[in-house]
Design a protein around this ligand. Structure first.
Ligand code: 5AD
Ligand code: SF4
Length: 463
């Protein structure tokens, strides 16, 4: 079924290519969500390019406009509606096809709103039907009718779709789809379905292919990577140790694990193998055991702290990063103080901070004791100030040390300098010849600038 489905879609790609081949058609894509959403966009780009659409960053010259949406917080959703206003004129100007996909399409109230208020949208496709985009486009081109292709049930895993990756050095590889955790604030389980793991052989084949194309770093992706289950007795630890055997891949990262599933075997594998970055993203969400229970996180403040201490002990110099939500329903000043306490104790390398956002359909949305906006913002600012002072403090630790840095290109702000990332994912800027791009080099850190570090090339590790 799986390979038949892909074959069928490839047939549609060929048919569309025939329709498009004499034309100079362009597509514009906007990705609004997380890394998984980005990886889905790379598949959308792969399919579109095989249909003879070339990419443009100018929406006004595009013949095909696609938005890959996210619904994790309200501001992600607002982004789509802002863009949809903008897009209407291109529809008139170029007769562009407008397609919307991604997580928001799995929400019934959004589909209703789109159909009622945005009649110029041509194709709506969900997270479980992404691979059917060629068929949807073909149907649109041949019938001129509006297409709605959304499945409520979990789609099976589709292997072998074309993919056009954003980066030439670092690749994202989805290892599992969906989530079973139902944290009470989170919409993801409703829009991405239940957990489904890719087969180890498919993942390893993909990464071997990436290594032969010259990729140096892979980021393993999943909503809950450490509940990856490739087979009986083959979990995330086994996958990590197999990935690190692949020649050519020099760095392995992963997001996101769930603290409740962070087993010792995974910690040991990270500690053991050099290629696995000593950097662990451990989403805390709240430091209050009471709020954690309401969030359905399945750990207490103490259990989280113990896990973090164990990781720090077993993986020397590990960089811990986290996600925190402020203003969850019922959060008191005391609960918030517990969050600050955990942040003070663990000194995270980076904290991704979010203001709680009500999501239709989730349990927390029905809770009565919602927190007023101004209190949420005050707490957010307080947490931000603490985090920034810690980062400043933490950066000082780097000065004078030698760090392994994978140079990914020229720096964003200055063409004459190069930038890359440390094992712990810190941005480092150096002055060096462009021939170092793509190399893993040793850098001596000389200066810290809050969001990045400056350094000098020590010597090239691998040429
Ligand atoms: N409101 C605010 N932040 C949220 N996150 C998930 N759902 C919500 C929500 N409803 C945050 C969590 C998660 C990160 C990806 O987004 O911190 O780890
Ligand atoms: Fe947004 Fe979650 Fe979907 Fe990622 S999986 S795009 S964060 S809603």
């Amino acid at each position: 079924m799986n390979s038949n489905e892909v074959e069928m879609q490839k047939e549609y790609i060929k048919k569309i290519y025939e329709i498009n081949k004499a034309k100079n058609l362009k597509y514009y894509i906007l990705t609004m969500g997380c890394s998984l959403n980005e990886n889905d966009s790379e598949k959308i780009c792969g399919m579109l390019e095989e249909m003879n659409y070339t990419r443009t960053d100018n929406m006004d010259e595009a013949n095909f406009i696609v938005f890959n949406t996210c619904c994790i917080r309200e501001n992600a959703e607002d982004k789509l509606f802002g863009k949809l206003g903008e897009v209407k004129k291109f529809k008139k100007q170029n007769n562009a096809i407008i397609a919307i996909g991604g997580c928001m399409m799995q929400e019934k109230h959004i589909i209703k709103k789109l159909k009622e208020s945005y009649p110029y949208v041509d194709i709506l496709f969900g997270t479980h039907t992404l691979h059917k985009l060629p068929e949807d486009i073909y149907n649109k081109l041949s019938t001129s009718q509006k297409i709605e292709d959304i499945l409520d049930i979990d789609g099976e895993i589709i292997e072998g779709l074309p993919i056009k990756r954003e980066d030439k050095l670092k690749a994202q590889v989805t290892i599992m789809y969906g989530c079973n955790n139902f944290c009470s604030y989170c919409i993801v389980p409703y829009v991405r379905g239940r957990e489904r793991s890719r087969k180890p052989e498919d993942i390893l084949k993909e990464i071997k292919g990436l290594a032969s194309e010259g990729y140096k770093e892979v980021m393993l992706l999943g909503q809950n990577v450490n509940s990856y289950k490739g087979a009986e007795n083959y979990g995330f630890a086994e996958l990590l140790s197999d990935v690190q055997k692949i020649d050519g891949i020099e760095r392995i990262r992963f997001i996101s694990p769930h603290p409740k599933d962070f087993t010792d075997d995974v910690i040991d594998v990270i500690a053991k193998y050099e290629k696995i970055c000593k950097s662990v993203h451990l989403p805390l969400q709240s430091g209050s055991s009471k709020i954690l229970k309401e969030m359905n996180r399945k750990y207490t403040k103490e259990q989280f702290l113990n896990l973090a201490y164990k990781i720090k002990e077993k993986i020397p110099n590990v960089a811990l990063t986290t996600d925190i939500i402020v203003g969850f329903p019922g959060e008191t000043e005391e609960d918030f103080a517990d969050t600050l306490d955990v942040v003070e104790k663990l000194k995270f390398e980076q904290v991704f901070m979010f203001i709680y956002s009500r999501r239709v359909g989730t349990v927390a949305d029905t809770m009565e004791n919602q927190i007023p906006e101004e209190i949420k913002h005050k707490r957010f600012d307080k947490l931000k100030a603490l985090v920034e002072s810690q980062i400043e403090e933490n950066n000082k630790k780097y000065i004078g040390t030698i760090q392994k840095v994978l140079i990914d290109g020229t720096s964003k702000t200055n063409e004459n300098t190069l930038s890359g990332r440390t094992d712990s994912n810190k941005v480092v800027v150096i002055e060096a010849d462009k021939s170092y791009i793509g190399k893993l080099v040793e850098v001596k850190i000389t200066e810290d600038c809050l969001w990045y570090l400056k350094g000098k090339l020590a010597n090239a590790l691998r040429k």
